[in-house]
Ligand binder design. Structure first.
Ligand code: ATP
Length: 201
């Protein structure tokens, strides 16, 4: 049996930090952003589908996806963005499902999905973990550590579901307004709880 854990959080809340700690503790962590790149790597059927739908101008001279060209085509165009998502999302789900199915007996599989709540994926998981921090904390991190302007950081936050909506989906909420080592301690406590739950069930 596998324990299926969904991990999400707003941009800059600390989701990647939590994912890395869970992996170090022994979880199999599957990253949806990584999957979304893998399914359109050169030679994949996913890339062929994107080129078929958007034309050869989204391919670079080396045959790899030209992300900037593709972004240009879907920017501000809901219909085309929907078309792209309809190609990418099912393939990401398959990529995740295949790796989940291949996990050793008794694994804790964590799917790291930025838009888990927005995409209505909560029902797929035994446990949903949300990493949360105040908007002001997140803006500060994105500006200091990611080189964004304050306006960019605010715009990225505004493009996601508000904290309250994401937090409402949480079975476990990890508040990350303190230090990084406090966060790591909270993840360790969560891991003990998850593994206990898993062994009892
Ligand atoms: P994204 O959605 O952009 O991937 P994220 O939620 O995965 O963001 P992280 O990459 O984990 O966020 O954290 C954002 C930045 O803030 C990183 O540089 C990380 O090292 C730093 N950080 C995370 N938690 C803390 C903390 N408690 N105190 C200080 N810095 C932190």
């Amino acid at each position: 049996r596998t324990l299926h854990v969904g991990l999400t959080g707003g941009i800059g809340a600390g989701k990647s930090t939590v994912a890395a700690r869970l992996a170090a503790l022994g979880a199999l962590v599957l990253d949806a952003d990584l999957a979304a790149r893998a399914v359109v790597e050169p030679g994949t059927e996913g890339l062929a589908a994107v080129a078929e739908a958007f034309g050869p101008e989204v391919l670079g001279p080396d045959g790899a996806l030209d992300r900037a060209a593709l972004a240009e085509l879907v920017f501000g165009d809901e219909r085309r963005r929907g078309e792209l998502n309809a190609i990418i999302h099912p393939r990401v789900r398959t990529w995740m499902a295949e790796r989940t199915a291949a996990a050793p007996e008794g694994s804790v599989v964590v799917q790291d999905i930025p838009l888990l709540v927005e995409s209505g994926l909560k029902p797929l998981f035994d446990v949903v973990v949300v990493v949360d921090a105040r908007d002001e904390t997140r803006i500060d991190r994105l500006v200091r550590l990611r080189g964004m302007s304050r306006e960019q950081a605010e715009a990225r936050i505004a493009a996601q579901a508000p904290r309250e909506r994401r937090n409402a989906a949480a079975d476990h909420l990890l508040a990350n307004d303190g230090t990084e080592s406090e966060l790591v301690e909270a993840v360790d406590a969560l891991w003990r709880e998850l593994t206990e739950l898993h062994h009892r069930s």
